[in-house]
Design a protein around this ligand. Structure first.
Ligand code: TTP
Ligand code: CA
Length: 369
């Protein structure tokens, strides 16, 4: 197998950074994004916090009450989570990343692996330049910083991204892997949780380097063949997992917030057509055809509305997509009196182009053989 170059892009303090982007005046203050459970005013947990708040010990998972104690007397900002807003930003950023990758794998809302072996001709200097370009694109187009790790596989790329945050860029060449991993605690390896860490500690293994030198046979005796082998391989930086798109999506959609609430069709379509372009570009890249088109409206009063239309035959036409979106918005405005705050477009009933070809071929009984 050819040596690979893999990146892991991780958006910095994601939910909190989205909130800073929405309201730049809170930048510089501790920003704490919370899931309020609603039982009492302050019951619930911290989803994430910006790095200013982290200096006070505020982090994901602690209670809101504890976060408030830590920030007592400080001019801090506490906000509720707004998943649709974060999803919107995430989708746009993932699209930027995808356009730079040979193959792409999103893992969660704010992280993605990219195989860039071809794009960089296997050259680390080029990979570093590409990572810098990606950071710059994400910053200028979406006003967010991210941290990128570059390495010969997913395992090394992930650890490299974590090592320097926020706004980091850490390349680790194959010949540097051993030296890079050696001093890190075993917990840095994916799959080593608290329990495993404890068991390894009883064997005298605290660092990845110690794990690498530990007898494989004994590891297998303690953890079983599968895990034991995995731990050993991970400790020496071996990981052959490919970067691959997770299963085909059931639908592709985009949603966006309008500058102000409106019932003006021209304003709505101006925004919606941009979203159609994004969705369509993604369909093309994945070789997908659609059969259904929907629109989605979040009104000024936060009520949610949608309309959709399904065709007989799958298509990839952008023109049909936009025409249908226009029809559906016209219908919506005619039937409803609310003002639109957020508008979205979606295509669904998706088919892979080649699969469709196969189905047609089978249907008509044609065959190449
Ligand atoms: P992370 O990438 O773990 O954290 P982060 O992006 O906030 O900070 P950084 O990467 O700079 O260390 O998680 C991504 C988002 O997932 C985070 O912004 C909020 C959400 N999240 C939770 O809601 N609960 C959690 O316990 C964690 C860890 C994350
Ligand atoms: Ca993150």
């Amino acid at each position: 197998m050819q040596a690979r170059i893999v990146m892991l892009v991780d958006l910095d303090y994601f939910y909190a950074q989205c909130e800073e982007r929405r309201n730049p005046s809170i930048k510089g203050k501790p920003v704490v994004v919370c899931v309020y459970s609603g039982r009492t005013e302050d019951s619930g947990a911290v989803s994430t916090a910006n790095y200013v708040a982290r200096k006070y010990g505020v982090k994901s998972g602690i209670s809101i009450v504890l976060a408030k104690q830590k920030l007592k007397g400080v001019d801090a900002v506490f906000l509720p989570v707004d998943h649709p807003f974060y999803r919107e930003i995430s989708d746009k950023i993932m699209e930027i990343l995808r356009s730079h990758a040979d193959s792409f794998e999103q893992v969660g809302v704010d992280e993605a692996y990219m195989d860039v072996t071809q794009k960089t001709k296997g050259n680390y200097q080029e990979a570093k330049n590409l990572a810098a370009t990606i950071k710059n694109d994400v910053l200028t187009q979406q006003k967010l910083t991210c941290s990128i790790g570059v390495g010969p596989n997913k395992l090394v790329a992930k650890i490299a991204a974590d090592i320097q945050k926020p706004d980091g860029l850490t390349p680790v060449k194959p010949e540097e892997v051993q030296r890079f991993l050696s001093p890190l605690p075993v917990r840095s390896l994916v799959g080593v949780g608290k329990k495993t860490e404890k068991r390894l500690e009883t064997l005298g293994v605290r660092t990845v380097g110690q794990l690498a030198r530990f007898d494989v046979q004994r590891l297998i005796e303690v953890f079983g063949r599968k895990l034991g082998t995995y731990f050993h391989n991970a400790s020496v930086g071996i990981d052959n997992e490919p970067v691959q798109e997770r299963s085909e999506p059931e639908s592709v959609s985009r949603i966006s917030t309008l500058k102000e609430d409106t019932r003006d069709l021209a304003v709505i379509l101006d925004e919606a057509y941009g979203l159609c372009d994004d969705v369509h570009a993604r369909l093309l890249r994945r070789g997908l055809l659609y059969r259904s088109v929907s629109i989605h409206i979040v009104a000024g009063d936060l009520s949610v509305h949608s309309k959709s239309k399904t065709f007989e035959n799958p298509t990839s036409s952008l023109e049909t997509f936009k025409k249908t979106v226009k029809e559906l918005f016209e219908k919506f405005l005619a039937e409803s009196i609310v003002e639109a705050r957020r508008v979205g477009v979606k295509v669904s009933s998706l088919n892979k182009k080649e699969e469709l070809q196969k189905q047609i071929t089978n249907f008509f009984g044609f065959s190449n053989h």
